[in-house]
Design a protein around this ligand. Sequence first.
Ligand SMILES: Nc1ncnc2c1ncn2[C@@H]1O[C@H](COP(=O)(O)OP(=O)(O)OP(=O)(O)O)[C@@H](O)[C@H]1O
Length: 334
Amino acid sequence: MDGMFKQVAKVAPGTPLRDAIDRIIRARTGAMIVIGGEPDIDEDCQGGFRLDVPVHPSLVYELAKMDGAILLDSTMSRIRMANVEMVPHLAASTTETGIRHRTADRVAKTRNALVVAISERRGTVSLYFQGERFVLHDLSYILTKAQGAVNSLSRYDRLFRGASRRLAEAELYAGVMLEDVVEVLRRGLVAHEIRQELEGYIVELGKDGHLIDLQMEEFPDILREWHWIWHDYQAEDGAPINLRDNASQLTDDDWYQALGYSKRSGERLLIPRGYRVLHQVPRLPDGIIQQLIKRYQDVRALASASIADLDEVEGVGPQRASLIYRALHPQDNN
Ligand SMILES: Nc1ncnc2c1ncn2[C@@H]1O[C@H](COP(=O)(O)OP(=O)(O)OP(=O)(O)O)[C@@H](O)[C@H]1O
């Protein structure tokens, strides 16, 4: 989980802090809650009083009725101080409006602390952490978005698996065109992006995201298979993947170039190296897969090898050789 999502998880439904935040919003009192940053954060504190008591939602809620900030320790188990005026370094610039939110942004930019600003007027909850801001969404809004994302994931997962199956058949029995490979990769990457979006929603939903989490489990991440396809068709084996974030925005030519081919080469016929088919052989170590591909170069040459030929490759042995042979000749298994 990256930076901000780790912070969002700290205030997700089901946590004591979220319980306190919900009460503060309902009572329309507003608050600033500073989490962690010890010991340096104390240099930014003026006035207030020390508490050192366990965090309890109702106590945080009561303390929020007073002016100033509430400080929790970095483990979020103790309330350290309350009614504190925060005096952060003014050198840290901020574009926020309102003194509470400007202060929260500055504290988070200069200290290793998560600062939660709850607006009294707007009822919004803003998280500030190391220069980033994240405004918590309304739960019903996220649930609707998450449900929509589950539906899209189900669709793209099906599209990827169908296209990938057709590609696997074509690999062994006919030629494969670069544009067909790109279609599979594009669908897979869109499915992966939707998955990442959903993971963000699940963090934000906390305990309320359980049902979405269960639905997502029906679609195991296709990224491993995606990578094998990529390595099967990339012009130069082992070169790094260089893709922009948003797969749906990439043109066909972008994809061809990312794979190491020139523009407008969609109709080029390709033979895969064999990463995907070899990874389907049960318990075949990566080192052996690399050796097989180094020796045979592509799937056609691999398929023309006999069980005895495959057995000769170091580390393969007769049992693995026949499993590899069967994976390369699925028609013989019927
Ligand atoms: N430096 C500070 N340290 C701690 N608390 C502060 C600080 N500055 C403002 N506050 C708190 O924020 C409250 C609201 O201030 P202000 O309305 O200017 O901020 P805001 O960002 O517009 O917040 P809101 O949306 O809640 O009105 C103050 O009453 C005070 O409790």
